[in-house]
Design a protein. Structure first.
Length: 369
């Protein structure tokens, strides 16, 4: 029923335009004092690995091994010693990279009464710090080659996770018991101490292939034989779905799916399981961890779905030449300037204890073999 014509209504407080057009209105806006931001900030690789310290732009360290067991190790009494049979330590390294975020906040934007925050500079600094960590996660898990850079044009870059793997047979100083810890139809990057001192980028295959359980099992086995204790399978969200979908099929070579999700419900309701978060292999249980920013490509606006990493997280670290810091840049005019900076690299303490399956197609269902 229409309101009587002589009622004074909310509409009479406007200038006759839509109530969504506030110009000319006599009613205060209901503007909530909160900002909603659901942009994800989790960095599972950086969070899960170790932390170290660098003392120069190029930081190196040594990797060593023990020669394979000799089942014919028998010597004559009093015999002279033969040639040195021990494995030789090898020197490897990576380059530190500077990543930054720049802020400029005018005096007026800081002074006005703002909704959702009291200080514009503090709010922008907090947001920029989260963005910087997301950048680092994408770089550290990508396929970027290490490069020393130059003064004027090319900044130094640190090698990413995919670039740090190498083929065991490519290293003349590798002991013969080491197995290739990756399966790729392209080519690994990595370091050959005889010719290169920092990792080159891996070569992605022109064609991708279906992910398979056989390939996954082989990568886990090789990591274990090489001395690793793999505990994490790190994938993009899309590949996490591919793995879960396969592991629920009859083709999956698993004895049973077990879930304790019912124990987590306080309301006593039923829960439907549609995800697999733990893969129990012959060599231990591995968490299946989705990573939104894994090798994220800014041009393609997508992570590296082609990579499935099998990781011993204890064998990796982020090493800092200069840890996270905020620099007050000289003020010019009526504006405050800040520079967020971090100087870091990926330390592959012993990459042969980790590995993976690469050049997989995220649009193709996973298969058994």
């Amino acid at each position: 029923m229409a309101a009587p014509a002589d009622y004074f209504q909310r509409y009479d407080l406007t200038d006759g335009d839509s109530q969504l057009d506030r110009s000319g209105d006599n009613v205060r806006e209901d503007f909530m004092n909160v900002i909603y931001n659901i942009a994800p900030t989790q960095t599972p690789f950086m969070t899960g690995i170790g932390r170290g310290t660098s003392k120069d732009v190029f930081t190196s360290w040594q990797q060593d091994d023990i020669e394979e067991p000799n089942s014919a190790n028998a010597a004559l009494d009093g015999a002279d010693i033969g040639a040195d049979s021990s494995a030789k330590a090898r020197r490897v390294g990576n380059i530190n990279q500077i990543s930054t975020k720049s802020l400029l906040v005018t005096g007026r934007s800081e002074a006005v009464d703002k909704a959702g925050r009291s200080s514009e500079m503090s709010y922008q600094l907090a947001k920029a710090a989260k963005a910087l960590k997301r950048d680092m996660e994408a770089i550290l898990t990508g396929n970027q080659a290490a490069a020393i850079g130059d003064v004027d044009t090319n900044p130094s870059t640190t090698a990413g996770l995919r670039a740090c793997y190498r083929d065991a047979i490519a290293d003349t100083q590798e002991v013969t018991s080491a197995l290739a810890n990756t399966d790729s139809t392209g080519a690994n990057g990595g370091v050959n101490p005889g010719t290169t001192s920092v990792p080159a980028a891996a070569t992605d295959a022109a064609a991708t292939r279906a992910m398979s359980e056989t390939l996954l099992r082989s990568a886990i086995e090789a990591c274990y034989i090489n001395g690793g204790e793999p505990d994490t399978i790190m994938v993009t969200p899309t590949m996490k779905t591919v793995l879960s979908t396969y592991l629920f099929t009859s083709s999956a070579r698993v004895a049973a799916l077990y879930s304790d999700v019912g124990n987590k419900r306080s309301d006593g309701g039923a829960a439907a399981q549609g995800s697999v978060d733990i893969y129990i292999s012959d060599f231990g249980a591995l968490k299946i961890v989705p990573n939104r920013f894994m090798g994220y490509n800014t041009t393609a606006h997508a992570p590296r779905n082609r990579d499935v990493h099998v990781l011993d997280m204890s064998l990796w670290a982020t090493s800092y030449l200069r840890s996270f810091r905020t620099i007050n840049v000289a003020k010019s005019g009526d504006a405050e300037k800040r520079l967020l900076l971090v100087d870091y690299m990926l330390q592959y303490r012993q990459e042969m204890g980790s590995g993976g399956v690469f050049d997989v197609d995220e649009t193709t269902p996973m298969v058994a073999a």
